[in-house]
Design a protein around this ligand. Structure first.
Ligand code: CMC
Length: 458
């Protein structure tokens, strides 16, 4: 890593803000024993391990917390992204997302996420150069892409090829070496657009286009996607800017499903390509990065404004979801959706208005006035409008999660580094509550029940 960069993160083992005193503690009475325990409150959190001391008998395991889907469990200390879901605030390293979307570019934002500060000119040029110098992929990776069926989903191709990079860069295993980590970060941020573009070109049966490093990060990606026989791809600056902003908006989102997957997988100390493939797989699902694809399918199904009331009624009756609405953390308008809504106007001036926009706007209006959505604090999220822009720009829906993955890569690698440098982190390994059968004797095959299918255990 270049010397003029700020150090990555701080020592996360340092004591955090509050210290234990009488007021910063929680007193728990165990009514089974009548015993009382004082547990430290730090950063408005108690440590789950402090509950282990709460036992009925000395040989008890100790009290655990049960938190399926991590609704109320902090798994790490992070200094990267801040979200206030009730107020609709999103900040990267303290900078509001709206300001970054307006004033920054994607590579600068990626630097900010990874190294903690906005780069000065020298730092930026060095970083951008290092990323763009790593946009090429090994020729053998092309052969993998060639091997996929003609209708393979590009996200499946991206997941597989990014995993395959670990076989090319065996040095990536040196995760405790800062220089090696820095190199893998350049490679990952640099190569994701190339892998994505090759997957796209394969699915439309066009020859691969090699990176053009004279272009910007987003411009080069557009060239690799859409260049035909011309010598140099002529980029529309509005679309180039829009794509760059969309990447910024997707760059990190604290401990979401794919980032948690990245941290969990990488906590085993596997190389970052394998971990990124896992993170991208988590992103692929329709409840996460696949949601914008699902939004367009939903708008297609609705078909016209007149069908919206019936659709909303069906959602309220539990027959499906209003895709692009709702969020685990935001209980207010997703700030990214606000930026995207504005961006849509700029894009549609160039591409022509996406006819589905009118359905989306009306759907949003009706939902935001409806008690069902108001009561549950369901607002449009980032995916509600992003797909409309992507489609207007010429991306097939299958490419939507792929675009999300490119944007999210700096967030994944920033969180990966933070996790590795956090002396409190260990291999991720949740506990379970076992409610299955107690110990029983093995039954020989001839003596087992003769039903065709096993009875399912509840
Ligand atoms: N349409 C209709 N009802 C909904 C929706 C929705 N989109 N989202 C949540 N609800 C209801 C849900 O049925 C539940 O109702 P009830 O209390 O009566 O059982 C209530 O709202 C709370 O929902 P939840 O499922 O407990 O909330 P969650 O935090 O587990 O889920 C979510 C968050 C994003 C998975 C969910 O809102 C959802 O499935 N949304 C649609 C998919 C989507 O747009 N995903 C993109 C998320 S943003 C991009 C990203 O971060 O990847």
């Amino acid at each position: 890593m270049p010397n003029n960069k700020p150090a990555i993160g701080e020592d996360l083992s340092q004591k955090t803000t509050a210290s234990l005193n009488g007021k910063n503690s929680l007193t728990i009475t165990d009514n089974r024993t009548g015993k009382q325990y004082d547990v430290k409150i730090e950063n408005e959190t108690i440590r789950a391990m402090d509950l282990r001391q709460i036992k009925v008998r000395d040989d008890d395991f100790g009290l655990m917390t049960y938190d399926p889907a991590f609704m109320n469990t902090a798994s790490c200390i992070s200094r990267i992204t801040y979200i206030d879901g009730d107020k609709g605030i999103l900040r990267y390293r303290g900078y509001p997302i709206e300001q970054l979307a307006e004033k920054s570019n994607f590579l600068e934002t990626a630097y900010l996420l990874i190294y903690g500060e906005l780069p000065n000119k020298v730092q930026y040029e060095e970083w951008a150069n290092n990323v763009m110098m790593h946009t090429l992929i090994h020729e053998n990776v092309k052969k993998f892409v060639d091997g996929f069926h003609y209708d393979a989903h590009p996200m499946g191709m991206l997941i597989s090829t990014v995993a395959a990079l670990s076989t090319f860069y065996t040095d990536a295993k040196n995760i405790s070496n800062p220089e090696s980590r820095a190199l893998q970060i350049y490679r990952l941020v640099g190569k994701m657009p190339t892998l994505a573009a090759f997957a796209f070109r394969h699915s439309v049966g066009r020859p691969y286009v090699y990176p053009d490093n004279d272009l910007s990060y987003a411009g080069n990606f557009l060239s690799m996607l859409f260049k035909m026989t011309e010598l140099k791809y002529r980029i529309n600056p509005v679309l180039e800017h829009a794509l760059d902003v969309l990447f910024i908006l997707h760059a990190d989102h604290e401990q979401n499903c794919s980032t948690s997957a990245m941290r969990n997988i990488a906590s085993s100390h596997v190389d970052p390509y394998s971990a990124t493939a896992g993170a991208a797989s988590a992103l692929y699902g329709p409840l996460h990065g696949g949601a914008n694809e699902a939004v367009l399918q939903m708008l297609d199904e609705i078909g016209s404004k007149s069908n919206i009331p019936a659709f909303v009624k069906a959602v309220k009756e539990g027959k499906g979801k209003l895709m692009g609405f709702g969020h685990r953390v935001y209980k207010n308008y997703d700030p990214r959706a606000k930026v995207i809504k504005k961006l849509a106007d700029e894009v549609f001036e160039v591409t022509g208005r996406n006819p589905k926009l009118d359905i989306a706007l009306e759907l949003e209006r009706i939902a935001l006035e409806d008690d069902y959505f108001v009561k549950r604090k369901l607002y449009p999220n980032v995916d509600f409008y992003s797909g409309l822009i992507y489609q207007a720009m010429g991306f097939p829906v299958e490419m939507f999660p792929v675009l999300f993955a490119i944007g999210r890569t700096p967030g994944w690698v920033a969180q990966w580094e933070e996790m590795l440098l956090d002396s409190e982190q260990k291999i991720a390994r949740p506990r379970q509550i076992y409610l299955g059968r107690d110990a029983r004797e093995y039954t020989m095959m001839g003596k087992r029940p003769q039903e065709k299918k096993p009875k399912s255990e509840a």
